[in-house]
Design a binder for this molecule. Structure first.
Ligand code: GLA
Ligand code: ZN
Length: 674
């Protein structure tokens, strides 16, 4: 595997943060002190201009870029590169006053007032024009600056717009998608139900809350359209940057598993994937190790949108955030643990929001490297500087990649469809959580896991796990079938293959589209359990697993039964099966099983597929990055107690110490072994 360095200008892993000097232009003493402190903290990058529009263009057509140039110059002279944002994440008041169509319309059809941020109409021509003017000005001023590392488009895209422009775009999008044939759409959406047939595309409205929200086909296509619309907007910015600064890569920052946009579609337009990581550490509903594992899932999701290169952790909080339900401080050592976890899962950056706490407004209490106190001997500063020093020692890792033999399928379309389906139990469907839990149960066996889309290539994987893959888009069943035929090991669960990409049910037995042949089972009924209901699956070898929420009743054809339900009218019938198909195996888990039972099943499955597992103490993660014959192994102690991992050999990169069998990890400790 070849190394893929994102930024040859920066030798190593980026250590950076959002920096808002425009909030401090009347305090040159503070700006000067910033540079000294940045060097002391080992910062190599600053993200500028994220919300700077009113400082660039105070009034329409009146521009000020001197401060930006001066900042970029000073940073560069001090060895710090700049990632420059386009300022379209928040609009000046003069713009909204004069061009109200730039403001979004909500799902009741009401236009928003001016304020807050990332709430522009994606299709309004005037907004695109104003953005294009400011971007072109930015390029004129600093497009050639030697310190410019990357463009950061807008900030955290999200939300929907129901304005008349967007409605027209939606109708055009549908017309295109359904070949200008309204009957094709009527059929795909099953519109004869409740007399919902349309005569013309012009009759179609988005799913207004006081309008048509009862059509599953419409709801899903609106979500797909919103991604299309946002991507189209994003492309309008990217086009200018690519044309005028073709050598500068482009990213935008994602927000973990954001339900509003299918990030995979947007990713095709980007050079680098980046995201903002804000785990709610030390919360009172899950273990600390669970919170870390959720974050690992998010990192893997991001990584796999461009598997051939590292991704970036564009933001994370030094200390705390200000918007969690309870803003608890990260305990000593956690900052470092979270930073190294990002690198372990494939990030070539550790970046923060923000460098210095502002004095006022919405985020004045959000964590920062520099507190209102302004000193460089605070706990947070020391921890951040410690990470800066660590990253220097890990610079050889930049450009290495993660090579997983195990993949888990997560689809945005299935998330939307399952969420919207009228059926099961509204509270417990939990498709995303089920995927995250599946990822954790695999990861805890010490294997690296990719998070992929059902449309992605399955090549190179020995094991694929597809939890609740409700929607089978065209071609997916066939691909899964070939994967197993050729020797792959596939595990699917209840709720697999119920609908096609328009949410029309498959006829003749779920999992549909030919998959019931691969699994050798048909799911005849699905039972939703109340929280007080209880059932178990008993496995032949004397172990069992608790069942909650869902249990399917199976008809078995060619599959072998591995476990049966313990009770209820379907007690004694198959719940977990294994089918040999071609050179591979297809496992079907018909019920929602507890974690321990899933781990047991995964362990057997990985062994049968020839994937090596690594026994780990509870709460310890193991990840690997590699390239050109070199392998870096990361151990992360996601507990507040000391831990010890057996059978580790190599050199600890952070301490230089040689390990010949036992690796001791401090509470929240990390170790990188070469
Ligand atoms: C997001 C934004 C930042 C900031 C942080 C606060 O990630 O991109 O501008 O608001 O949240 O956590
Ligand atoms: Zn709009």
């Amino acid at each position: 595997m070849k190394r893929r360095v994102l930024f040859p200008k920066i030798n190593g892993i980026i250590h950076g943060t959002d920096y808002n000097p425009e909030q401090w232009l009347d305090r040159p003493d503070i700006l000067e002190e910033d540079i000294r402190l940045m060097k002391k903290a080992g910062m190599t990058e600053m993200t500028l201009g994220v919300f700077s529009w009113t400082t660039y263009e105070r009034k329409e057509g009146e521009f000020h870029f001197e401060w930006l140039k001066k900042t970029m110059d000073t940073l560069y002279e001090n060895g710090i590169h700049t990632i420059l944002a386009t300022p379209s994440g928040a609009r000046p008041a003069w713009l909204d006053e004069k061009y109200p169509e730039a403001m979004r319309v909500d799902s009741y059809g009401v236009r928003a007032h001016h304020g807050v941020r990332h709430n522009h109409c994606m299709s309004a021509p005037v907004y695109r024009e104003k953005v294009s003017i400011i971007i072109n000005k930015l390029i004129d001023e600093v497009g050639n600056h030697p310190g410019l590392l990357m463009w950061h488009i807008s900030n955290e895209f999200g939300g929907e717009c129901y304005c008349s422009h967007c409605v027209k775009c939606f109708q055009n999008y549908l017309e295109e998608k359904f070949d200008h044939d309204i009957e094709k759409l009527n059929k795909a959406w099953w519109n004869t139900f409740w007399s919902h047939d349309y005569n013309d595309f012009s009759q179609i409205e988005p799913p207004y809350r006081n309008g048509e929200y009862s059509s599953m086909g419409l709801n899903l296509e609106w979500k797909r359209f919103t991604t299309w619309n946002m991507t189209d907007y994003m492309k309008s910015e990217i086009a200018i940057l690519r044309e005028r600064t073709p050598e500068i890569p482009v990213t935008t920052n994602y927000m973990e598993l954001f339900p509003g946009l299918d990030y995979r579609i947007m990713s095709k337009e980007l050079d680098v994937i980046s995201w903002d990581s804000y785990p709610q550490f030390h919360n009172d509903w899950e273990t600390f190790a669970d919170t870390m594992a959720n974050t690992a899932f998010n990192h893997a999701l991001m990584r796999c949108m461009k598997k051939d290169r590292p991704f970036m952790m564009m933001e994370s909080a030094p200390g705390l955030v200000n918007w969690h339900s309870c803003n608890k401080m990260q305990r000593p050592g956690v900052h470092r643990l979270a930073a190294i976890q990002a690198v372990a899962l494939g990030s070539d950056s550790v970046q923060y929001f923000q460098w210095r706490k502002g004095r006022g407004s919405y985020e004045q209490y959000h964590g920062a490297v520099i507190d209102h106190l302004g000193m460089d001997d605070t706990r947070i500063f020391r921890e951040v500087a410690g990470v800066g020093a660590d990253l220097k020692k890990l610079s050889g890792i930049s450009g290495t990649l993660v090579k997983a033999e195990t993949a888990m399928i997560f689809d945005w379309d299935t998330m939307w469809a399952v969420d919207d389906m009228r059926g099961l139990s509204q509270e417990t469907k939990e498709y995303p959580k089920t995927c995250v839990d599946t990822f954790k149960n695999l990861m805890r066996l010490g294997v690296d896991v990719d998070v992929i889309a059902s449309e992605d290539s399955f090549e190179g994987y020995k094991v694929i796990v597809a939890p609740m893959l409700y929607m089978l888009k065209s071609g997916v069943a066939d691909k899964l079938k070939k994967f197993v035929e050729n020797g792959g090991h596939l595990l699917a669960t209840y709720l697999t293959g119920y609908v096609d990409e328009n949410q029309l049910n498959f006829l003749g037995g779920f999992p549909g589209d030919g998959l019931n042949e691969v699994f050798g089972v048909i799911s005849e009924e699905i039972d939703s359990l109340y929280p007080s209901d209880s059932n178990y699956v008993d496995f032949g070898e004397g172990w069992s697993g608790h069942v909650s929420d869902y249990a399917e009743f199976l008809r078995v054809s060619t599959a072998k039964t591995c476990g049966t339900y313990r009770s209820d009218y379907y007690g004694g019938t198959p719940a977990v099966t294994e089918n040999t198909y071609g050179k591979g195996k297809a496992y079907y888990v018909a019920a929602r099983l507890e974690d321990a039972a899933m781990q047991h099943l995964f362990k057997d499955m990985l062994a049968s597929a020839g994937v090596q597992v690594f026994p780990l103490p509870e709460g310890v993660e193991r990840h690997t990055r590699m390239a050109e014959g070199t392998e870096y192994v990361f151990y992360l102690n996601c507990t507040a107690e000391k831990q010890c991992v057996e059978q580790v050999t190599g050199t600890q990169l952070l301490t230089g110490e040689k390990i010949s069998s036992k690796l001791e990890l401090e509470p929240y400790g990390v170790s990188v072994i070469l």
